[in-house]
Design a binder for this molecule. Sequence first.
Ligand code: DQA
Length: 143
Amino acid sequence: KKVLLLNGPNLNMLGKREPEIYGHETLDDIVAQLQQQAETFNIELTHVQSNAEHQLIDAIHQAHQKIDFIIINPAAFTHTSVALRDALLAVSIPFIEVHLSNVHQRESFRHHSYFSDVAQAVICGLGHQGYFYALDAAHRTIK
Ligand code: DQA
């Protein structure tokens, strides 16, 4: 089974970026741990991080009929991108939306998501642990 992990803009800065909000782990650390978890589940995990909306959209299109499940942290695109939402609906691959921070405790512009109503689930506020819970749930869904 195949899972695609997508991380949106500025998540390449994890570890350096507002660590009191996003934690001290780098994206490489998190992805390395997820790769280990995926191996124990016999899941092939592919990761794409991009600061460019069209690259995330292209990655979703390429997943069509190839990927069983998507885990996505759309980052700031969560609150802006109808195009990314439409891409996920176009491929109709089930997905979980992850946020490191609890967006509902933060500025009101972070309270709305273009993804949550079409996601299988939303995990937010658990830091990088949220990705591990998402992969566990993906595994249970697709196995
Ligand atoms: C985020 C929350 C977003 O509001 C923000 O723009 C991010 C990261 C999170 O993981 O907490 O870049 O998606």
